[in-house]
Design a protein around this ligand. Structure first.
Ligand SMILES: [Zn+2]
Ligand SMILES: [Zn+2]
Length: 274
């Protein structure tokens, strides 16, 4: 096949995949049923919700702050699951989060609303975290990631080529295949990514500061509802900054993230006395 013929064949194959004809536009012609789209939305939103609880219970309270202990298999399994379902890189997340604790609300903070702006942090935390990790990788690895040196899977998932392959494969394998796959991708990524932004934006701006620490605890009905949806993180973000090594985020009140960590993920809290 000569070069021109090959190019024409490729163009036709790509256009056919999009339901288009050469030189003319047609609507998305992949056959689908609306109830499949509805099911895809429910499945994606459920995974997003489940992942928010996994993040607070295993990634944040367990692996990052070592306040709750899990078997190695659980830690690796959750890291792989989060990487596959919402493209979260565990080590980047941990390094950026520990840097956030060390430099909260200062210019060095990877996602401080005070320097980056409330809406930027709300909408773009998903970008700030991996961007900061990429720009500061060597120093971040030395300073924050030594305890994970032997966990080879986690380092492999951080390889830029592997991360990009996963991220772009999921986008092109979902958004451009058809409405069902696109809905499944959007409904699990968008709520999850916005919820992460919510914790960092609202959790450092709105609410109460009962303890001598940065961060805010949820106040009012809507912030409380959001707090429950996000695994309890915004319910006690001020408390968490005051006591980062504690497995609980609230004193004397129900903490859904701690309940999930103990009763669903079978984690063992190292410190919930405070
Ligand atoms: Zn914070
Ligand atoms: Zn933390």
């Amino acid at each position: 096949m000569n070069k021109t013929l090959f190019q024409v064949s490729c163009r036709k194959a790509v256009l056919a995949g999009y339901g288009l004809r050469d030189g003319s536009y047609m609507s998305w012609s992949v056959p689908f049923a609306w109830w499949h789209v509805g099911l895809a939305f429910l499945a994606g939103a459920s995974i997003a919700e489940f992942n928010l609880y996994l993040v607070t219970a295993v990634l944040h309270r367990g692996m990052c702050h070592r306040a709750i202990a899990y078997p190695a298999l659980v830690r690796s399994g959750v890291a792989l699951w989060l990487w596959l379902t919402v493209s979260t890189s565990t080590l980047s997340w941990i390094a950026a989060h520990l840097h956030h604790h060390a430099n909260s609300d200062q210019d060095e903070d990877p996602h401080a609303p005070s320097s980056k702006g409330f809406w930027h942090v709300l909408l773009l935390t998903w970008y700030y975290v991996p961007h900061w990790a990429r720009e500061n990788w060597e120093g971040a690895a030395q300073r924050y990631l030594a305890p994970f040196r032997s966990e080879r899977l986690l380092w492999w998932l951080e390889l830029p080529a592997i991360f990009r392959l996963n991220f772009y494969f999921q986008i092109f394998g979902s958004l451009f295949v058809g409405p069902v796959a696109a809905t499944f991708w959007l409904s699990r990524f968008v709520p999850y990514l916005l919820a992460s932004g919510y914790v960092n934006a609202v959790g450092h701006t709105l609410g109460a500061r009962p303890y001598g620490a940065v961060g805010t605890d949820a106040t009012g009905v809507w912030q409380t509802i959001a707090g429950y949806l996000i695994g309890g993180e915004p319910l006690g973000h001020n408390f968490h900054h005051r006591h980062p090594s504690s497995g609980r985020f609230r004193l004397g009140r129900f903490d859904p993230g701690l309940w999930f960590a103990i009763h669903v993920m079978r984690g063992v809290p190292r410190n919930i006395s405070i």
